[in-house]
Design a protein around this ligand. Structure first.
Ligand code: ZN
Length: 673
């Protein structure tokens, strides 16, 4: 829940110049108190179309495209350079192998043959458990990147133990689905049924393309198994409850609590044979999925594993597979009209495999030291303003305030890029093996993570690459990453009134700081231990105010059959609310008592809120909007802009009165931090 934006492959990458600088042209046909998002962004909403290869458009999408074009230039310059570093050569080989469609067509499914043979050779539950274990990858990150989806039956996350933050441990998360969430299998509304009806034919098509006989019958059995896995899954909202999820299982607990899988075979094959302790995020799902290993026919599991292996390799396979993949995942699930250009996909996969190596070249060229210094100064301003807010909270006892401030004091801020870069020297990259490169990169990351187990925690570590347009709080680490690629116009722009930077980047920084104090972050103490450090009455107040915010977001209903889930988006909304409030304070402090200049007839306060509302301008295709509401911890952007309804200063700035559609009485306005 700690990201600024939704992290989704669908969101990675088209081509419009990022325009920064000016105040947005407002839409005077609507009143800010009735429709603030439309008032601020009306002109943009009318002028902007979602690119055909996208399911959404927003400033972060436009900036991601810019980062991609810059990365391509870096790779192309490396191609002819005899003095290129080993990393630069790996980047070029990885990207070029992906772009070499002729070789990919010629090789067909051959790069996948070893995996498919291993699946075909499964004879018993032991063998099945071994193959399932061999597929374990570090592919989820529940608290930082909020990435909870894996196509393996269980996902692995190596992070600090929530009860002993000095050392790393292994977290296991539910997985194994081909569609984004259990609701896609279980919800009987017409819209969800229509999506589901296209899924089994998609599986059959994939099998047919791979020359596998009886595709329809197999696809039906695979769907049935996935539906059983989905039924075992915990609802998504449960994963956001850290206390509920912090379940310590010893190695022996798995045999006792989750019979079915041969856990010894599974963990040994996963490289976790010596690991004595795990944190099991959704225990019911682990029990349920393990039971399916015993109860479902081995042949069905083999069919399922075959299709999962092909789907996982999909982006690196011949065109027929890529096209079929787009039909379902691009069109049906996201509403996208055409696939992204191949080079953009090439940049995306290179960033996944060699992100730090790309980032190192990126920042050397595109992140000037002056902007790093300016961003660091703004972070200091925001922390100081947050500290003052804590002092001034009327509802919080001095003891709790002291602990909150102790936590604020140890926040570790990363701006632009990490101090230490990943060493890729042991990663083998070949110029003619696109799929092999990707699979080796996954193993490389997993081995790095496995090597951390039991070791002390490195709090300087980054979980996001510098060329990512996003920001992240690592709540258990009390650390934050602000990558270089978000620290640029229109979020952060030296050429415009500073108030606008506070309204956009300032609110982003405030958002990330306050994740350390949202409904999850507030449960970790200054060392990163999951420990309630609050006075009971203060925590009760915090909970009550949070629930009021959850209820506010429950009211938004983008589809007749689907409203927002206020609990699911609560952490992000607390962070948005605290972020914009503290950014407003920090801007006021920066004025040093002088009045803010009026620009184009707008007061300083108006400029601040216009900039905030503008930073959330976005458009979604309906299927993508639906998917985000069901799976994501972030409310859709138009509702995030409406955070202002809780700030008294917004009412004054735009003369919002009782009777206006967005009006909340002072008692209804949620005040948390
Ligand atoms: Zn966030």
């Amino acid at each position: 829940m700690k990201l600024l934006f939704v992290l989704s492959a669908a969101l990675l990458t088209t081509a419009v110049a990022a325009g920064g600088g000016d105040l947005p042209p407002v839409d005077t046909s609507v009143r800010p108190g009735d429709a603030f998002f439309e008032y601020v962004n009306g002109a943009w909403l009318k002028a902007t179309e979602i690119p055909a290869d996208r399911s959404t458009v927003s400033d972060s999408v436009v900036l991601s495209d810019l980062a991609d074009r810059r990365t391509r230039e870096i790779i192309q310059q490396t191609a002819g350079d005899k003095n290129a570093t080993a990393d630069a050569k790996k980047i070029a080989d990885f990207y070029n192998a992906f772009m070499d469609e002729a070789t990919i067509e010629k090789r067909g499914l051959e790069p996948l043959a070893a995996q498919l043979r291993a699946i075909a050779a499964i004879k018993d539950r032991k063998g099945l458990s071994r193959v399932l274990g061999s597929q374990v990858r570090s592919d989820v990150d529940v608290l930082n990147n909020t990435d909870m989806d894996t196509d393996k039956i269980l996902g692995l996350w190596v992070a600090q133990d929530l009860d002993d933050p000095s050392r790393y441990t292994a977290f296991l998360l539910q997985g194994g689905l081909g569609m984004p969430d259990r609701e896609y299998y279980l919800d009987d509304s017409p819209a969800m049924t229509a999506i589901r009806d296209k899924y089994t034919p998609h599986l059959a098509k994939v099998l047919t393309l791979a020359n596998i006989k009886d595709a329809d019958a197999k696809a039906a059995r695979i769907f049935d198994l996935e539906k059983r896995i989905a039924t075992a899954h915990a609802p998504r909202v449960d994963a956001f409850d850290v206390v509920k999820a912090n379940n310590h299982w010893s190695r022996k607990d798995f045999d006792a609590k989750a019979p079915g899988l041969d856990w010894q075979e599974y963990f040994t094959a996963a490289g976790l044979g010596k690991q004595a302790q795990f944190t099991v995020w959704q225990p019911g799902a682990v029990t349920g999925i393990s039971a399916l290993v015993a109860s479902q026919p081995i042949e069905t599991w083999k069919e399922y594993l075959t299709v999962r292996a092909i789907e996982h390799a999909g982006p690196y396979l011949p065109k027929a597979f890529v096209d079929e993949r787009f039909e379902f995942y691009g069109k049906t699930l996201s509403g996208t009209l055409k696939p992204r250009d191949r080079w953009k996909r090439g940049i995306a996969v290179t960033n996944i495999a060699l992100g730090d190596a790309v980032g190192r070249l990126y920042v050397a060229k595109y992140f000037p030291p002056a902007e790093k210094a300016r961003a660091e100064a703004m972070v200091r301003d925001l922390i100081a303003a947050f500290s003052r807010r804590i002092d001034q909270l009327a509802w919080m006892a001095p003891e709790t305030k002291a602990k909150a401030k102790a936590k604020l004091a140890v926040l570790r801020i990363g701006v632009g890029y990490p101090d230490q870069w990943t060493d890729y020297s042991t990663l083998e990259v070949r110029a003619d093996d696109a799929l092999g490169n990707a699979l080796r990169a996954e193993v490389f990351e997993t081995k790095r993570d496995l090597a951390r187990l039991g070791k002390p925690v490195d709090r300087n570590e980054w979980v996001m690459t510098p060329q990512t347009v996003n920001a992240v709080n690592l709540p258990a680490m009390n650390a934050m990453n602000f990558p270089a690629a978000i620290l640029q116009p229109p979020y952060f722009d030296p050429s415009r009134p500073v108030v606008m930077d506070y309204g956009s980047m300032g609110a982003v920084i405030g958002h990330e700081i306050s994740h350390s104090f949202d409904d999850q972050g507030a449960q970790f103490d200054s060392t990163g231990k999951l420990l309630n450090w609050w006075k009971p009455e203060d925590f009760a107040h915090f909970k009550e105010a949070s629930q009021q915010l959850a209820r506010q977001y429950d009211q938004y209903k983008p589809f007749p059959d689907l409203a927002l889930n206020g609990q699911q988006v609560l952490s992000e909304n607390i962070a948005d609310l605290a972020g914009v409030a503290v950014a407003y304070d920090a801007w006021q402090l920066s004025l040093g008592g002088k009045p803010a200049p009026v620009v184009e007839g707008f007061s300083g306060d108006q400029q601040f809120f216009l900039s905030f509302g503008q930073s959330w301008r976005a458009k979604y295709r309906d299927p993508a909007l639906r998917q985000q509401i069901i799976t994501d911890g972030h409310a859709p952007d138009q509702y995030r802009a409406l955070t202002v309804r809780n700030l008294d200063a917004w009412y004054q700035a735009f003369g919002v009165k009782p009777g206006d559609k967005l009006f909340l009485s002072p008692e209804q306005r949620v005040r948390i931090w």
